[in-house]
Design a protein around this ligand. Structure first.
Ligand code: SAH
Length: 349
């Protein structure tokens, strides 16, 4: 069945059911007129729910030790060239102190899956932050845990959890991850997190090795089932010290189109213009906002460790990407037609 992409966009805009083949056609379409129509529709829906507001999150990358060996990721266990580090609770608290002063009201703790930070340690960090900054949200992004662990994080005060599904196709999942990791486990974690009451974020990389447009359409449909509060997507970017070291990075254009499609399907979701998007193009982040994103996550990690959290090569960590470059970022966002606000920035859903 062929559906004209303009009709698909109107269906997405009005919330009418859209078939997988229509999504594939739209993803394939590079006609600038159609892409601009898609962008304008997405931007108008984001403005209906969120006006021109952009929420910021302070990203604290607190450990790059990881027991996993994801083929795409620069901090994978077998990358002997990674310089490993862990932040102490004091380090993390001083990141929050600086972040609060700068106007951040959400702190995102992200890390590799590091056994040193067990359930108890993570709960301690979360409750310390919540105690000192009760008006702030704490987001965790620390991978796969049991439902009991997730419940403990929630009880300690964590508000949100980011766990990308990476790809909604099991076969593709097994090409991106070693044996022992599975899409079923990932999905179970996501539904457990939702069940507990977290605001849940999921998402995927665009242009990851072996990915097809059909896979991307599956990703869109899966996110429809999960109905997350937050959707994070960014281009896959090559890291030389991984098994995908000779693969090409994902494209700006396809990532932007996907942001718009996801905005149309999730008018009230929080969608970041990700660091990866800012890394593949100097205006990537601003373009992300124009295509429907409404969140930016500058780096609040101590400057001394930033270069070590290299998920992929050339990852931005200074200038407007750094929390202390916030004034410049604010200017760039205003220039794009939006404005950064001091707000906890919960999803309006
Ligand atoms: N260990 C945690 C968080 C760290 S990785 C977790 O797995 O959830 C955070 C995200 O970075 C991953 O979900 C992945 O989508 C993205 N990422 C990892 N390697 C990447 C690469 N080479 N290019 C682009 N994004 C990457």
């Amino acid at each position: 069945m062929y559906q004209d992409p303009t009709t698909t966009i109107e269906h997405l805009y009005s919330g009418t059911h859209v078939h997988k083949t229509e999504l594939v056609n739209l993803l394939r379409c590079e006609d600038p007129y159609i892409v601009e129509l898609l962008r304008r529709r997405a931007d108008s829906l984001r403005r209906e729910s969120y006006g021109t507001e952009v929420y910021i999150r302070g990203l604290i990358e607190f450990t790059n030790y990881c027991k996993n060996n994801c083929y795409y990721c620069g901090i994978r266990r077998d990358n002997g060239n990674a310089l490993r580090y862990r932040l102490t609770t004091e380090d993390i608290m001083s990141c929050c102190h600086e972040g609060y002063r700068l106007g951040f009201r959400t702190f995102v703790l992200q890390g590799g899956e590091d056994g040193f930070f067990n359930r108890e340690k993570i709960c301690d960090i979360v409750s310390s932050i919540k105690q000192k900054y009760p008006d702030c949200a704490v987001t965790l992004s620390v991978g796969e845990w049991s439902k009991e662990d997730y419940q403990a994080f929630y009880d300690a005060g964590a508000d949100r959890y980011l766990l990308r599904h990476e790809t909604a196709c099991s076969e593709h999942y097994s090409k991106l991850h070693p044996e022992g990791m599975s899409l079923d486990t990932r999905k179970e974690c996501l539904f457990n997190l939702k069940d507990i009451g977290f605001q849940v974020g999921s998402g995927f990389m665009v242009g990851s090795p072996f990915q097809t447009l059909d896979n991307l359409a599956e990703d869109i449909l899966f996110l429809g089932q999960l109905n997350p509060h937050m959707i994070g997507i960014g281009p896959f970017i090559t890291h030389k010290d991984t098994p995908f070291g000779d693969r090409e990075s994902g494209s700006l254009e396809l990532t932007l189109k996907l942001i718009s499609i996801l905005r149309l399907r999730h008018p009230k979701a929080l969608i970041p213009a990700t660091t990866a998007l800012g890394t593949i193009h100097p205006n990537g982040r601003e373009l992300g906002l124009k295509y429907g994103a409404n969140v930016i996550m500058p780096n609040l990690s101590p400057a001394s460790v930033r270069e070590k959290y290299t998920l992929y090569n050339n990852k931005l960590s200074t200038g407007e990407e750094a929390a202390e470059g916030l004034d410049k970022l604010k200017e760039a966002v205003i220039k794009a037609g939006y404005s950064i606000v001091v707000d906890v920035g919960h999803a309006k859903m």
